[in-house]
Design a protein around this ligand. Structure first.
Ligand code: NDP
Length: 445
């Protein structure tokens, strides 16, 4: 980091105890030296210092009543990071590990991801340390309503449009949307990932997983490879993992392993996706239940073991820092030649170094998982038009957007002297558009 070391130092000093945020910022700043050399005027304009500081951060109390009548209190967050190119946009995460640093890392990443989609959306993220696991439907509903009873005053269809993330799917979006509508008396596209009969878009559910595979297929094709005939390992068994599995199969691959935070399943015959969908989407059970239906499959305790399963292509689709240096080395030793990040920041910096050193085709999250938010932006367009596109129309747009992202990212990498390094390409391509917009809009006092 030749030019931006001071900015990084300031980020660490001003945001103590936020290691994930530091990690996300460092990765971007490290990529931007060649940009600083082309645009010295951005130093004077403080673009780099401004882009690492959220425009607004809201932290709030979320009290709710559990099934025993006891009042519980969680903490809610919304970080509105950057609105240079459009209203803040980014998911809401419900997971006990959520804290301000996690939401800031996700919000920061979101700025560049959203820019890469080519659509007019700024970056934001939100969530709570609420753990939805084991809660009844009623508890989930009361929590979502309480969360929205504060969040509603900070968001709006032209201000900030949240979506789902870990622990927030169609059910939670429904409860939050219902509460927003009641409080505002306004039926508007303030959230994305809505149900199809009340403003949702076809393909939104599938979009992140499908998009990751569309992006990786382009990256593989550029190196004379493809999903067809390959063996794939996918971590997680939530929204992103399930639809990455579906698309990988459609592209001719065999998916042999999936996981959750307790362990992983290995099915040498290929994971039966209908069983997984039933277990996870309908019954809401643990992934271990899979082996009750498929006795030839194996279940292993521990979530990191999944990276010891031999594969050609690995798609981490669970959570941040789930592939460390050792897991990355194991993947490479076992012959894996491509890694596509469906989750946000699933590879540690050391793991990424292993992938780059071994010339693994590596699709970074900002680019590879941008299909979800891109389709959310398509949902916003349809809401504005009061119109719905067909599944085929949205899917074609998603595919086109992912192909464009691949082209722009690999072109930026080439132009700035980092051919094949899609991490640097994504950071630069995502940054340029936002920086240009910030510079043009001057300093808002
Ligand atoms: P879900 O809640 O649907 O699924 C998350 C999956 O990851 C579950 O299988 C969960 O297991 C597992 N998981 C979560 N935390 C951990 C952990 N600490 N260790 C191991 N496994 C874990 O979330 P999504 O599929 O929506 O999100 C997955 C990833 O994709 C996240 O990084 C998210 O930010 C990213 N993403 C999601 C988008 C979307 O559209 N949904 C868009 C872009 C990125 P368990 O049930 O045991 O917790």
């Amino acid at each position: 980091m030749k030019h931006l070391g001071k900015v990084m130092e300031q980020v660490i000093k001003r945001n103590p105890n936020e290691p994930e945020f530091h990690q996300a910022v460092r990765e971007v700043l490290e990529s931007l030296d060649p940009v600083v050399e082309k645009h010295p005027e951005w130093l004077q304009a403080g673009i780099f210092e401004r882009i690492v500081e959220p425009e607004r951060q809201v932290i709030f109390r979320v009290p709710w009543i559990d099934d025993n009548g006891k009042v519980q209190v969680n903490r809610g967050f919304r970080v509105q990071f950057n609105s240079a190119i459009g209203p803040y946009k980014g998911g809401i995460r419900f997971h006990p590990s959520v804290n301000l640093g996690i939401i800031k890392f996700l919000g920061f990443e979101q700025i560049f991801k959203n820019s890469l989609t080519g659509l007019p959306i700024g970056g934001g993220k939100g969530g709570s340390d609420f753990d939805p696991k084991g809660k009844s439907d009623g508890e989930i509903m009361r929590f979502c309503q309480s969360f929205m009873s504060e969040l509603f005053r900070h968001i709006g269809e032209n201000t900030d449009v949240p979506a789902g993330d870990i622990g927030v799917g169609g059910r939670e979006i429904g409860y939050m949307f219902g509460m927003y509508k009641k409080l505002r008396n306004d039926f508007t596209g303030v959230l994305t990932g809505k149900g199809l009969t009340w403003g949702g878009s076809l393909v939104r559910t599938e979009a992140t997983g499908y998009g990751t595979c569309y992006f990786m297929e382009k990256a593989l094709n550029a190196k004379g490879k493809s999903f067809k005939g390959s063996t794939v390992v996918i971590s997680g068994s939530g929204n992103v993992a399930i639809y990455a599995t579906e698309k990988a199969y459609q592209l001719g691959a065999k998916v042999v392993a999936l996981s959750d935070s307790n362990g992983y399943i290995y099915d040498p015959e290929g994971i039966n996706l209908d069983t997984v969908k039933r277990i996870k989407e309908v019954e809401r059970k643990r992934i271990s239940a899979y082996v009750e239906h498929h006795p030839k499959a194996q279940y292993h305790e521990g979530w990191t073991g999944i990276w010891t399963v031999k594969c050609d292509i690995a798609l981490p689709c669970a959570t941040q820092n789930e592939i460390d240096e050792k897991s990355a080395e194991t993947l490479v030793t076992n012959g894996c030649y491509a890694v596509g990040e469906g989750a946000n920041m699933p590879s540690t910096p050391e793991a990424i170094e292993v992938f780059h050193k071994n010339k693994i085709i590596f699709g970074p999250a900002k680019a590879a998982n941008a299909g979800g938010v891109a389709t959310s932006a398509l949902e916003m367009s349809q809401n504005s038009m009061r119109y719905s596109w067909t599944f085929e129309e949205v899917d074609a747009k998603l595919k086109h957007i992912m192909a464009d992202i691949y082209e722009n990212v690999s072109e930026a990498a080439r132009e700035y002297g980092y051919e094949d390094n899609l991490v640097v390409g994504a950071n630069i391509a995502g940054f340029l558009k936002v920086a240009n917009a910030m510079y043009a809009q001057g300093i808002a006092w």
